[in-house]
Design a protein around this ligand. Structure first.
Ligand code: FES
Length: 145
């Protein structure tokens, strides 16, 4: 049912934890399944993401997608990080079962929420970034593979 990559990132998640004094932090949840994800980003003066960490209270797919999302955004500029969509995360994990697609959306939204916090703190606008919602079920338009 799950790819080897999903199982790997679930059993051995990368970048679990917190960043003290993060450049941006965002928390999103899904009221329907009750899962919550918090993403921390450390962003340097050039707008490059130096570090990303997460804490997820959620299912195995939510943990695997958080782990992969943090890996994918590290080293990217804030603008490039917007391209780390739920689809990109799923592709990097070699897919997810259809009922687990919403878990990858939590990862995308957690990145957006952390970027939004960073932009707000610094008084900047990140082109293409919309204000994130706290409960992703409310927005629920997302791509499947
Ligand atoms: Fe809701 Fe996975 S079941 S995030």
């Amino acid at each position: 049912m799950y790819s080897d990559k999903v199982m790997d990132h679930f059993s051995n998640p990368r970048n679990v934890g917190e960043i003290e004094e993060p450049s941006g932090v965002g928390t999103v949840g899904n009221a329907k399944c009750g899962d919550i994800m918090r993403m921390y980003l450390d962003i340097d003066d050039q707008g490059v993401i130096r570090e990303a960490k997460f804490k997820t209270f959620g299912c195995g797919a939510a943990i695997a997608t958080s782990s992969m999302a943090t890996e994918l955004v590290k080293g990217k500029t804030v603008q490039e990080a917007l391209e780390v969509t739920n689809k990109a995360v799923m592709e990097a994990l070699d897919g997810l079962p259809p009922v687990k697609v919403h878990c990858s959306l939590l990862a995308e939204e957690a990145i957006h929420a952390a970027l939004w916090d960073y932009a707000r703190k610094n008084g900047i606008v990140i082109e293409g970034l919309q204000e994130p919602v706290e409960d992703i079920e409310e927005s629920a338009e997302y791509d499947s593979l």
